[in-house]
Design a protein around this ligand. Sequence first.
Ligand code: ATP
Ligand code: MG
Length: 194
Amino acid sequence: MGGTFDPIHHGHLVAASEVADLFDLEEVVFVPTGQPYQKGGAVSDVEDRYLMTVIATASNPRFHVSRADIDRTGPTYTVDTLRDLAAVYGPDTELFFITGADALARILSWKDALEMLSLAHFVGVTRPGFELSDAHLPADTVTLVEVPAMAISSSDCRNRVGSGKPVWYLVPDGVVQYIAKRRLYRPAGDVGRV
Ligand code: ATP
Ligand code: MG
């Protein structure tokens, strides 16, 4: 599952858990992006996003975090992520790419879309506020899955922290504490509170 994870929240985690259960996946690998090319420059430091992803997933034995996109220089493209994971896991491993309805809708605009679709089976999950459709992808390349509705976004979490509102129960407890410790998402000079 690729994402900016700025910060990782319970919408990401529920989606990953549901898809892992449905497809009986051995592992879910969370892959924080390097500098996402479709999101401009206003993204938190990669090491903060990586550490929050590690904190959020540490207690689940099936969840792992990959630095593939962080350690590759240049903008992040999912086709490169999948090439790298395929090389690490080898030809006997079947890869799935988990994506929310909003991201799936744009997938044909992603770099080398056809090669990307040949490298993994895509799983599109429901997300409140977005319509889930197969984005005109060939039927054997994508499965649509309904997951418990979590009306949570990283943008909303950032805005909440920025205006002094709580993010408890939207993100894992350790991520709430990490955000406070590193003073993420606060206007300059605002010391804030947990
Ligand atoms: P932002 O608001 O910064 O875009 P986000 O909440 O959309 O953050 P991303 O890191 O952009 O999180 O998303 C990573 C992946 O997780 C995408 O495929 C996205 O569609 C999916 N996703 C994010 N939030 C949810 C959610 N609440 N339910 C289901 N899927 C989600
Ligand atoms: Mg998003």
